[in-house]
Design a binder for this molecule. Structure first.
Ligand SMILES: Cc1cc2nc3c(=O)[nH]c(=O)nc-3n(C[C@H](O)[C@H](O)[C@H](O)COP(=O)(O)OP(=O)(O)OC[C@H]3O[C@@H](n4cnc5c(N)ncnc54)[C@H](O)[C@@H]3O)c2cc1C
Length: 307
């Protein structure tokens, strides 16, 4: 029997690939495999409606169990692929940390990105959190009732969204951004200025151009954040949102060219001409009309993962 397509990563990009292939009439077996112990779910609400308790867990899920069964998409949870043996024709076997093997005729990498970690004193204290996946979000939500003051490090989309949510949930929130404006990588100056005015009016204390020296303890847990100028901002929760790093290790291990993501062509084919890479992990030719010849980008967005 054919082994079919193995998609590693069962989030936005992996789910879109599997469901689109079925919609286009692709009939071969599809395995949609991920290392999280949850049914495939959507991340955007984790920092917004879900965190604020406005929607249920079920609303986060992609598709129903019935959909996966009816469309013969084998959804595999909790399997972390640590090694891949790949042949020149694109077939091979993926090996999981659990010892299970997943043979494939064709491989797609939809392995996404992980939260960039801060390398500062105090980052390992209890109460210093990141927000990339459902487990991170569950931990954050569970801690909120015991939090009076929160500090969010990083004024990109995720830090700003989480800070706004925590403020709406009645917490006193200070957001620290090293750049002179909010969301500096993704939006222009006017939008940054609008976001700053809006969120300050909504009660967020926003410090721009501020850098963090260390996280300070209070007893055996987090107690605050010390800035480079010596100020200490008291906190019983610190959320770090300082960007993501694309998960390229598996791709590199099978010899695919990587450079800020897995390099793909306009058809999402990696450098071996047969493995597909999609979503946050992929570095693609800039599709924006008028982009300079040879320009490449790596997007971190739902739209890009779907497209
Ligand atoms: C809190 C939050 C809010 C967001 N809000 C928005 C928003 O409002 N709008 C927007 O456009 N975007 C938003 N994003 C970004 C968006 O969620 C991502 O761009 C999107 O999830 C990318 O999808 P992906 O499938 O490429 O990667 P990911 O979502 O990162 O999924 C990759 C999956 O692969 C798994 N994986 C990795 N390595 C392995 C391995 N070796 N073996 C098995 N599994 C593996 C990972 O655990 C993960 O489940 C948000 C992200 C977060 C975290």
């Amino acid at each position: 029997m054919a082994d079919g397509l193995l998609i590693i990563g069962s989030s936005q990009a992996g789910v879109s690939l599997a469901t689109s292939l079925r919609a286009l009439g692709h009939d071969e077996p599809i395995t949609l495999l991920g290392d999280e112990n949850h049914r495939p779910y959507q991340r955007p609400a984790l920092s917004k409606e879900w965190l604020q308790g406005e929607i249920t867990n079920e609303k986060l899920m992609f598709r129903t169990q019935e959909y996966w069964a009816e469309h013969r998409i084998d959804v595999v949870k909790n399997e972390r692929i640590i090694r891949i043996d790949k042949n020149d024709d694109g077939s091979g076997v993926a090996h999981s940390m659990s010892g299970a093997d997943f043979p494939f005729d064709r491989l797609a990498l939809a392995v996404g990105a992980r939260a960039r970690r801060l390398l500062l004193d105090g980052v390992d204290l209890p109460g210093v959190l990141y927000l990339r996946n459902a487990d991170d979000a569950l931990e954050l939500k569970a801690r909120v009732p015991g939090v009076r003051e929160a500090v969010v490090i990083g004024g990109g989309f995720i830090g700003l969204e989480a800070a706004a949510s925590l403020a709406r949930m009645g917490r006193s929130v200070t957001l620290i951004e090293a750049a002179p404006r909010l969301v500096p990588r993704a939006v222009g100056e006017q939008t940054s200025a609008h976001l700053l005015a809006h969120h300050r009016a909504a009660g967020l204390d926003i410090l721009l151009g501020a850098s963090v020296r260390r996280i300070v303890p209070r007893g055996d847990r987090v107690g605050g954040v010390e800035l480079a100028d010596g100020r200490v901002i008291s906190a019983d929760l610190v959320l770090v949102g300082v960007g993501v790093i694309p998960n390229t290790e598996l791709a590199e291990s099978i010899g695919l060219v990587c450079d800020n993501g897995i390099r793909v062509d306009e058809s999402a084919l990696a450098s071996d001409g047969v493995t597909v890479a999609v979503g946050d992990c992929a570095n693609l030719p800039n599709p924006v009309p008028g982009a300079p010849e040879g320009d490449r980008v790596r997007f971190e967005s739902v739209n890009n993962a779907i497209e």
